[in-house]
Ligand binder design. Structure first.
Ligand code: GDP
Length: 309
């Protein structure tokens, strides 16, 4: 069964890893958000792409979900000693990724090619595609501070400013990367991982052509919210800031234009009826992934649903 997974960083990577454990490598394509990408210390940093690749490669830090396992921080310590900006943590091994990616990009290679080369080097057999080769920058519009670049809002300001909206700079001119539209069109099902609907899945869906492709596909979303709360990160707060009560129902409504089925937590089973009322199939299960076994179990249930719908 050919599966395409749409993913952001931490939540997306967890389910993508589960799917990778259940499918032959050639059957899984992961399309990753690049709206979080930014330049820091002159380096191109792609946080979601790296989180997905490190996770699939078994190189990710199991505690944080981002960055590398057994990381060292010598460079960061020395940058701090020099009084350099230190709000964005870059581990030593992680820095090698950014250095070499930046060098290859500057030599004229598209991000898609660099990502494929890194995946080969790390032993990732699944296809991992950045959503686009052109720069797209997620801008977070806030009540108190106007428009903030995503990492400024997310890491530097710790998601504190109240959100009023989002803008994906460069999205109109951006083209879905080679293989993105084609893989969605030829997939047996598209899985929307439990990633932030506003800033992780949102930019992928906003790319020209993606919404149309999703409308013609079988799409299954796993909620990133459990009991109205995000497992991690600002997804629930963003709904709240925008005047929408955070829930799996709200996530289903968010994707309503193209969604076939929604997977929600047992805690939220009372929301299933409303979701079904919108013509979206619902499946209730345990959607919290605290271990590799959880990831695999949830992936297996999602794949069974993909076969059924
Ligand atoms: P980010 O770019 O690193 O923030 O990554 P994502 O957007 O992919 O992931 C953030 C989302 O993942 C948050 O909204 C979390 O609630 C969700 N998430 C993290 N872990 C889990 C989990 O175990 N289960 C579910 N259902 N959602 C999760």
């Amino acid at each position: 069964m050919k599966i395409v997974a749409l993913a952001g960083g931490v939540g997306g990577a967890k389910l993508a890893h589960g799917l990778a454990q259940c499918l032959p490598p050639g059957d899984l394509t992961v399309i990753v958000n690049t709206g979080d990408d930014f330049d820091h210390y002159g380096l191109r940093i792609c946080p979601d792409l790296d989180t997905v690749c490190y996770t699939l490669a078994g190189l990710a830090n199991p505690e944080t979900g981002w960055g590398r396992a057994e990381e060292r921080w010598k460079v960061m310590e020395n940058l701090r000693a020099l009084g350099a900006p230190s709000w964005f943590n870059l581990g030593d091994a992680d820095l090698a990724t950014h250095l070499e990616r930046t060098r290859r990009l500057r030599a004229g290679k598209p991000l898609t090619a660099v990502t494929a080369e890194f995946c080969a080097a790390w032993g990732v057999a699944q296809r991992v595609l950045p959503m686009t080769d052109q720069p797209v920058a997620t801008m977070v519009q806030t009540r108190s501070d106007g428009e903030l670049p995503f990492q400024e809002y997310f890491v530097h300001r710790r998601c504190e400013p109240a959100v009023t909206g989002f803008r994906f700079e460069g999205i109109q001119a951006a083209k879905a990367a080679d293989g993105v539209l084609e893989s969605i069109q030829s997939a047996d099902a598209v899985v929307l991982c439990p990633s932030n609907p506003w800033v992780s899945i949102g930019p992928i869906v906003a790319l020209p052509g993606v919404m149309d492709a999703l409308r013609s596909a079988k799409t299954i979303a796993v909620s990133p919210l459990i009991g109205g709360q995000a497992v991690k990160g600002p997804a629930a707060k963003m709904y709240q800031d925008l005047g929408i009560p955070p829930s799996s129902k709200a996530v289903a409504e968010h994707y309503r234009a193209f969604l076939t089925a929604m997977v929600l937590d047992r805690t939220d089973c009372d929301e299933a009826a409303q979701i079904e009322h919108w013509g979206i199939i619902s499946m209730v299960t345990n959607i919290f992934m605290s271990s590799p076994e959880d990831r695999q179990r949830l992936a297996r249930e999602v794949l069974a649903l993909c076969e059924q719908v």
